[in-house]
Design a protein around this ligand. Sequence first.
Ligand code: ADP
Ligand code: ASP
Ligand code: MG
Length: 414
Amino acid sequence: MAKIVMKFGGTSVADLERMRIAASYIKEEVDKGNEVIVIVSAMAGETNKLVETVNSVSSFFDAREYDAVVSSGENVTSGILALILQDMDIPARSWQGWQVPITTSSTHSSARIMDICTQNVKAKFDEGLKVAVVAGFQGISEENRITTLGRGGSDLTAVAFAAKFDCERCDIFTDVDGVYTADPRIVFKARKLNRISYDEMLELASLGAKVLQTRSVQMAMAHQVPVYVRSSFTGKPGTLVCSEDEKMENRTISGIAHSRDEAKISIISVADRPGIAATIFGALSDHGIIVDMIVQNISESGRTDITFSCPLEQSALAEKALLEAKEKNLVNFHEILQDLEVCKISVVGIGMRSQSGVAAKMFSILADEGINIQIISTSEIKISVLVERKYMELAVQALHDKFELHTNRISSEQ
Ligand code: ADP
Ligand code: ASP
Ligand code: MG
């Protein structure tokens, strides 16, 4: 008998009919003799509605109450799915995060999992329970308050349970049948990958491919949890996220990711001397701004311009942080320019480590389409560019086409 985790995302538990289909996948595993930990998301759209409701009450809300409200969607699905399973004569019960308990940090709305108590759940399995249905995305802080793990956080709950309970695998059921070479909703010819390395999946996720939440991939990599992304709609074979193997090295590019809602902020005419960048980015970090790409212009008569990108939703706060720093005479600049119409496009692949020319090819593909590159950043296995948002689909499709990701012979053989 094995223990496995099965996680069902919002669209896979969108209504009673979808929940019954999810239950049939769970039954298959129970019939094989497995003990199943099921992690559920809220019904599709439910968390967004709850967030909107909180925002409509106050824009400066108490994050503890935000978490109390937005975590509630998962409570509903866990209870209903347990009822559906019981109705199928499968011994099942639901757990909310605090009941497990899943203890977390107190960083409300983006809490980190500190520990998952296995004792209570295991005791029930020992008594004959077959399925533990756990509400994803939520936990409880040391102060005894409900916390949430950040949007898409049910993936993290799932991987954390798989690691803690030493499960054989972690199945992530979603509305696409695996990880594709690009978002299949944007690139019609995107191809499903049979396997992808943790490193590549981590880059794709953090660069915008929301099929898996970034922190869930970090956790899977740290604990070597095999994650199998599959569809609850088609039943087709999915994608295994696992340690890299030789074949994976042979493909230069594995995928293209995009992040639609970015902002570019330029600080015009700052002094070009030691300590200025530290002051600017220190002020931004004090306000919790997630700075992504950075460029500094060549200095002219001791002054320079610094440009950076950050999530669109943080652009107003970033401007506020910079103006405050100026008011306090920490930094002096002429003006701040904001461009709220940009997006980020990235190509990712572990093969880049050993093959040159990927950047040159990427830039020339974009140039051929008349797309201007505003900022560039690179790592060992990715190249990202910031471009005008109106070119997002065109850029992703052109790169996918010209890098021939739809026909990558090596990865389709895997
Ligand atoms: P769930 O609600 O099941 O957690 P999500 O909406 O969070 O599902 O993630 C699935 C979505 O991720 C897909 O519908 C797809 O549009 C998007 N996606 C983005 N990039 C990729 C990719 N490279 N491969 C597969 N799906 C992707
Ligand atoms: N329901 C939460 C969200 O929409 C968590 C999740 O679905 O993973 O972000
Ligand atoms: Mg998700």
